[in-house]
Design a protein around this ligand. Structure first.
Ligand SMILES: [Fe+2]
Length: 337
């Protein structure tokens, strides 16, 4: 799947960071001869400023520099979601094993020993840029799917802000339940993507104001599977897939699409579901007014009593909401304190 056809072709932009002007000149000449656009910085702080202004496609980074050394620069870049995908090549001294180990620890993508071979430098830069193009395309594809998810939401003005509220509720609950960071990220994305499959449901069914008949429900129940299929090719969305597919399963096995029950329903899907129900109850729809928080939490308790929801997920959510442990999320989806 090539999703980046609309991205204009551009010359890769390299950032060379070295406090020795001679090294910068040499590297710049070599890289410009390869057709790259080159910018340079003489120390770590200047390098970070350049990256913040316009992230380059690759960084050649010296280690020993004044102000901020290469390790610190690399660590900061890799800790920032905005810049973590920019490849960093550390320029190390020959046979400096300790430097390489430290470089791996701070997240460097590759190393080049000084004095470097020009052919090796060119080959490494070329291969890392190829990889960068690929990850950029995946990022574009992921961004496009998130936009699509919000487009689906925008079809129904009554659900405006729903994605953001879901992300806020499920993130809060996920933290209380001690979920790992990767799952919290998946919940955040799941807020926008869980109903993406509704893009494949005809508007006549999706926006029907009255109740659906059985034939229409059969179609409507396809949306988790359609959504999963759309996101399947993207490795970056791997952890979101269980949320998309299973957010309508029921604790007693009476849900869809797979009729999973109990612990077989992925935890992230159970969390998203509780957030989804709570948000649906507390927002106004054409056919019903918004319930108060207390009434919505009572309804969730009732769903547990019926055996439909996991008490180990619902009770902490109720506790969290009653304690006011979540930033309040307004009807419009904006967080207000
Ligand atoms: Fe759904």
């Amino acid at each position: 799947m090539r999703m980046a056809l609309w991205v204009p072709a551009k010359r890769p932009r390299l950032l060379i960071v070295d406090d020795h002007a001679q090294n910068v000149e040499l590297l710049t000449a070599l890289m410009e001869a390869e057709g790259y656009e080159v910018i340079s910085a003489a120390d770590g702080l200047e390098a970070l400023a350049h990256v913040a202004a316009i992230p380059p496609d690759l960084i050649l980074l010296d280690i020993m520099m004044p102000k901020l050394d290469g390790y610190a620069v690399c660590r900061q870049l890799k800790a920032n979601p905005e810049t973590r995908l920019v490849p960093v090549v550390l320029l190390t001294a020959l046979d400096a094993e300790d430097a390489r180990i430290l470089g791996i620890e701070v997240g460097a993508d590759d190393f080049l020993a000084k004095p470097f071979s020009q052919a090796e430098l060119k080959a490494r830069v070329r291969s890392l840029l190829k990889l960068k193009t690929f990850t950029d395309e995946l990022e574009h594809a992921g961004t496009m799917l998130l936009t699509l998810g919000r487009t689906v939401e925008a079809k129904d003005p009554y659900t405006q802000g729903h994605c953001e509220r879901l992300a806020a509720y499920s993130d809060g609950l996920g933290r209380v339940l001690g979920l790992p960071p990767d799952d919290l990220t998946a919940l955040d994305l799941g807020g926008a993507l869980h109903d993406l499959g509704k893009i494949g449901i005809p508007d006549a069914i999706l926006l029907k104001p009255a109740g659906l008949n059985e034939a229409e429900w059969v179609i409507m129940r396809q949306h988790p599977v359609i959504g999963e299929r759309i996101c399947l090719p993207l490795q970056s969305l791997k952890r979101v897939l269980p949320i998309i597919r299973h957010h309508h399963e029921r604790w007693d096995g009476g849900g869809y699409p797979d009729g999973l029950s109990g612990q077989a329903i992925p935890m992230t899907a159970r969390i998203m579901q509780v957030a989804d129900i709570f948000d649906a109850l507390t927002t106004e729809r054409p056919y019903k007014p918004a319930l108060s928080q207390a009434a919505a939490l009572a309804a969730l308790r009732d769903e547990v009593a019926r055996g439909w929801r996991d008490p180990a997920v619902v009770e902490p959510f109720i506790d969290l909401m009653e304690r006011g442990g979540l930033t309040k999320v307004s009807q419009a989806g904006r967080r207000v304190s």
